[in-house]
Design a protein around this ligand. Sequence first.
Ligand code: HGY
Ligand code: MN
Ligand code: MN
Length: 428
Amino acid sequence: MKLLIVVLLSLSISGIAQKIPQGNPKRMEDRILALGRFGANPEGGVSRVAYSEADIAGRAYVMGLMKNAGLEVHLDAAGNIIGRRAGKDNKLAPIAFGSHIDSVPGGGNYDGDVGSLGAIECIELLNEGKITTQHPLEVIIFQNEEGGLIGSEALCGILPATSLDLVSNSGKTIRQGIAELGGNVEKLSEAARKKGYYHAFLELHIEQGGILDKKGINIGVVEGIVGINQWSVTITGKGNHAGTTPMDQRQDAMVAAAKLTLAINRAATSVPGRQVATVGRIQAFPGAPNVIPGKVIMTLEIRDLSHEKILSVFAEIQSQGIIIEKETGTTIAYTLTNENLPAPTDPRIQSLVAAAAKELGLTTQLMPSGAGHDAQDMATIAPTGMIFVPSKNGVSHAPDEYTSPQDMANGASVLLQTILKLDKQTLN
Ligand code: HGY
Ligand code: MN
Ligand code: MN
């Protein structure tokens, strides 16, 4: 008997008894390609925009995987997909992890998908390893991340009521979209989780930038996620005949928009720092070649790890806009349509992610996220961490977005190891 105890003890110390299964590259690649079929574009990549038929079909596929992995799957009132796995002690706060599967128009197959399928991969690995955690686990697939982190805002109780009437990339309002997904706008408050509900939240995601790929580093340990402010900018001039209106008698909204676009670029590049500012969409009205545009509606987006920096860049743009109004005889109005505050991740979880990667023999780099993520909302209610895997050539939000099967599997392995470390660690 004594010999048996000694053997078991040595096995557990050596970790053999604790052998934690690692991510399966083939299974992850098969699933990411299968998911990529929903909303596939002929030129590659996907347009699986939130609330579209492709999004609803992609969600059904992912829910099937979750159910087959033994998760108890339900939708919250916001239409987020939540899959629960019981722990040994279900009175403990759940450990949550997940991402999104909706894409931008003309996007790639990996943004959000790697974290969503990586979360399910962890459940598969726990099943294969016959491992039951102390804490219950929740896999979350957030709805409409690309439209402004809508699902995670709702889950964190910070979705502004005004957002419900925003028109999403699918052409449906958020309100309509939530209904299409099977949510219930009238009961949104029931979807909101309070601070302390979760033990911790983790998100695996592609870097969407080129640092890891260029430096040949396996894992990014995310130190913080940028804040994102988006405005709709309406420029009003005077529509007129393009042939009979002399050049010095025009109030051309398009000329004002062009000047403002350059002023936006100057405002972001004229001060030190990593801030970015973008005009992503511009529409001239009435939009006929022989009519001087009387109105232009364009988008403005500013991002930075500092909210104050975002506001100071915006202030500079507004002051340049006043000069442009005078020069062109137009008026410029700004409507804030989305604001996601910057979110530092939890340093304790950063250390757990780095330790997990090291144990797996993977190299790491501490880095910020220039992309927004559901994790930045989850950081308002739970200790949060993010794990990056490399994006080939740093490309994202484009058809040639790519992450290798091994890199995806590495991400899932680090995610699982970090979950198991969190399972043993008190954080409050
Ligand atoms: O836009 C972003 O940063 C994210 O991919 N939704
Ligand atoms: Mn994403
Ligand atoms: Mn994205």
